[in-house]
Design a protein around this ligand. Structure first.
Ligand code: GUN
Length: 282
């Protein structure tokens, strides 16, 4: 039976560490603020944005909420971002994705000042990560590295397989695991024999957005399984991309959904906000 990797507990530890760092900076007269922009009212985005604001309040970061109507034009959003780029007191700018179809996401991401890109989505941040230079790292993959480290799971020399090649998770995950000296394979929808590859994994990371797709058949005995998925099953219950019930019999450790990777993303966002304020002071 697999050991449960408790993302709720580990993310709480990180938030408490961030809270201390924020308090110390406050003693030095440094306050931290994060601008959170939501365009339209996608219900999932509203939940995520609400959780981000709650986390800000917990650690002592001021959140500035910008709730824009769904009909907002691209130029209006870009203008707001340019204004926030200029604002001395704003340390981080987060634009919740997805955006309505009239707005080009790439353009929006490129407009955010890389020094305030706490999501780590700007091409400059991604480029820095790929050549091992300093920059903000996408929060979900950064959170997964923390989950593994704080659960004493060694990455060095291990065979790590990532299923999914998104810009937000799969690709930065591969780069971060390389930095930890893992051997990394990235699979995706065109991979010919997916099971043959995932069965090689000592550490398997699944981020495909398909409810319970990865069952015990995809897993090597004793593997560590990280589930990035957030879906609803046939009964409307939250579930991951991994079939938890069958996989937990075969894996040595596994993240649950909810309570695994999800809470880590927000904890790492809070940490990036602190880093942004620190870098500005340097
Ligand atoms: N939408 C889904 N995940 C994320 C995230 O990590 N950041 C932003 N800005 N939008 C998202």
């Amino acid at each position: 039976m697999a050991k449960l990797i408790d993302g709720k507990k580990i993310s709480q530890e990180i938030k408490d560490e961030v809270k201390e760092k924020v308090a110390k900076l406050k003693e030095e007269g440094i306050r931290i603020s994060l601008a959170v922009i939501q365009v339209g009212n996608n219900p999932a985005s509203t939940v995520y944005v609400g959780n981000k604001k709650k986390a800000c309040a917990y650690v002592g970061i001021q959140s500035l909420a910008y709730e824009l109507p769904g009909e907002t034009t691209e130029e209006e959003l870009l203008q707001l971002i340019r204004e926030l780029n200029e604002k001395e007191e704003v340390n981080g700018i987060l634009v919740q994705l997805p955006l309505p179809e009239q707005i080009d996401e790439d353009k929006v991401i490129r407009t955010i000042d890389p020094k305030k890109d706490v999501d780590g989505f700007h091409p400059q941040s991604v480029g820095a990560l790929s050549i091992g230079q300093k920059g903000f790292v996408s929060c979900t993959p950064a959170g997964i590295i923390q989950l593994l480290k704080r659960s004493d799971i060694l990455m060095d020399g291990k065979e790590c397989v990532i299923v999914g090649r998104s810009n937000i998770v799969g690709k930065p995950m591969a780069l971060l695991l390389l930095r930890e000296n893992a051997t990394v394979t990235v699979c995706h929808s065109h991979t010919t024999d997916l099971k043959a590859v995932t069965r090689r994994a000592d550490i398997l990371i699944v981020a495909i957005g398909k409810a319970k797709m990865v069952d015990a058949d995809y897993i090597k005995e004793g593997a560590v399984v990280i589930d990035v998925g957030m879906n609803r099953d046939e009964n409307g219950k939250l579930c991951g991309d991994v079939d938890f019930e069958s996989v937990q019999e075969k894996a040595s450790a596994i993240t649950p959904v909810p309570g695994g990777v999800g809470p880590m993303t927000i904890a790492m966002l809070m940490n990036n906000c602190v880093e942004s304020a620190r870098m500005k002071e340097k």
